[in-house]
Design a protein around this ligand. Structure first.
Ligand SMILES: Cc1ncc(COP(=O)(O)O)c(C=O)c1O
Length: 463
């Protein structure tokens, strides 16, 4: 007998050897499993009766083996509590490298992160219970590459109502994050002949990389105080990637005339506009600018995500596509990973349909609005520091005083004060480009951590 399995409640894989000495074989197998760390300290072993049954041994053999290992200090046997593996230092754990000492930032002001302490855990649990209670077995079946119909239906209603998007379930595709959406879309557009896409400069470097990995060459599209310079889309570009409602990272919305202009460009050239509406829900003063997609649904791919409203861990995002792109994007999704995990899609659909999602966003909006106002108020006291962008989103861009610290100096000072944030330079296509600045994510800290984080930031920036 070389290998045996126990299934007496606990599964245990043991190599009993071929010596024929059953007790010695069992002892050696248990000892080896404990020493090399496969049975870590605290592991509850099967009962002697259960293990004997599973291995085809007499109960006395197993009891004797447990007794022997207890005596040797490998096991602990307590009446009524069973037999567990004793604490010891295994060769495996001795040889493990020490874990790298990565200091967590004391003050987390990294942009693009919501306050995760306000994740609606109770609502999520209640919705999960609703989804699973009396669930049809079909809930656990393989998913649809396009995404669960329940979520696509809920999103179609929600996006029409809150973002003015023209959305029907049949033109929505659920992806694992916007990142995957960009990858899929880029590969579909590349296969259809797109070689070049214009992407905002500055813009998010990770998504620019995703377009390139999809097989498309990117060309920088300058951004000014009215948003992307859509008049500069080069003639060889068949697609443009934009953040129209709140340009990332400058925070300016695309000017209405430019919205019209870029839609006209798409209509006349047949080009595709990809609208990243990453934080479109967070507008603090006026009515949110509607989705660009609502103006030209046959030319704009609308992309939304739950990463800012709930949390990036969910990997839930959606695209509303011009109809002609739907089959190829669904095929690309299927080729990539078959479908996005389905239970959380159903939970999100439930929260949207019951308007719990709206309520969660409304309360986050109030909190972030207050935090942004506080940041601007305090920043105004630092001579020469200016803030760019409209009251919206999860971050603000601070432009540094002309005769003050450079961006690397400011970042170093912040780091020394325990403040984690991001520099603007790394989002320029050419990192040497100016201006430099600081992206301050006012949403990231928990409520009690926000003020101390703000104080630490402004102390670091004071001349
Ligand atoms: C500009 C921008 N777009 C979109 C996203 C959302 O990405 P994902 O849905 O992959 O988390 C982010 C998140 O960091 C972002 O910063």
């Amino acid at each position: 007998m070389t290998r045996s399995w126990s299934s007496s409640g606990l599964d245990l894989h043991l190599d009993l050897g071929t010596t024929g000495k059953r007790r010695a074989g069992l002892e050696a197998a248990l000892r080896a499993a404990i020493q090399d760390g496969r049975l870590p300290a605290g592991t509850l072993l099967p009962s002697t009766r259960g293990l004997a049954q599973d291995l085809g041994l007499s109960r006395g053999t197993v009891t004797a083996a447990y007794d022997q290992l207890t005596e040797e200090g490998f096991l602990i046997t307590r009446r009524g509590a069973g037999t567990t593996v004793a604490g010891h230092t295994s060769p495996a754990s001795e040889s493990e490298p020490p874990s790298p000492d990565v200091p967590r930032p004391r003050h987390d002001l990294r942009p693009g992160r919501p306050d995760l302490t306000t994740f609606p855990t109770s609502a999520w649990l209640a919705a999960t219970r609703r989804v699973l209670t009396g669930a049809r077995p079909e809930v656990f079946a393989a998913g649809d590459p396009q995404g669960r119909l329940e979520l696509r239906q809920a999103l179609a209603d929600y996006l029409g109502r809150t973002r003015g998007a023209v959305a029907t379930p049949d033109r929505i595709v659920i992806t694992s994050g916007y990142y995957q959406g960009v990858r899929l879309l880029s590969s579909v557009l590349a296969a259809a002949g797109t070689t070049t896409a214009a992407v905002e400069d500055p813009g998010h470097n990770i998504f620019r990389g995703a377009v390139q990995r999809g097989g498309i060459t990117t060309t920088p599209l300058p951004v000014d105080e009215q948003g992307a310079r859509v008049d500069l889309i080069p003639s060889n570009a068949d697609a443009v990637f934009l953040t129209p409602s709140h340009q990332y990272p400058t925070g300016v919305p695309l000017h209405p005339a430019r919205r019209q202009a870029v839609c006209a460009w798409a209509r006349t050239t047949g080009g595709v506009i990809v609208e990243d509406d990453y934080d479109g829900e967070f507008r603090y003063e006026r009515q949110p600018v509607g989705a660009l997609q609502g103006m030209s649904p046959d030319h704009v791919v609308y992309c939304g995500t739950a990463s800012k409203t709930l949390g990036p861990a969910l990997r839930l995002a959606w695209m509303v596509l011009p109809r002609h792109l739907v089959p190829d994007v669904v095929q690309a999704k299927q080729d990539a990973d078959l479908y996005t995990e389905t239970l959380s899609q159903l939970v999100l659909a439930d929260l949207i349909a019951r308007h719990t999602y709206d309520r969660h966003i409304r309360s986050a909006r109030l909190r972030y609005r207050r935090r942004r106002a506080l940041l601007l108020d305090r920043a105004a006291a630092v001579p020469g520091l200016t803030t760019l962008g409209v009251p919206a989103g999860l971050h603000a861009l601070l432009l540094l005083p002309r005769n003050g610290p450079t961006e690397p100096e400011a970042l170093a000072r912040c780091a020394a004060n325990g403040v984690a944030l991001r520099g603007l330079s790394e989002l320029h296509h050419n990192p040497q480009d100016q201006p430099g600045g600081l992206l301050v994510g006012f949403a990231a800290p928990s409520e009690p951590d926000y003020l101390p984080a703000l104080e630490a930031l402004l102390t670091a920036l004071h001349p």
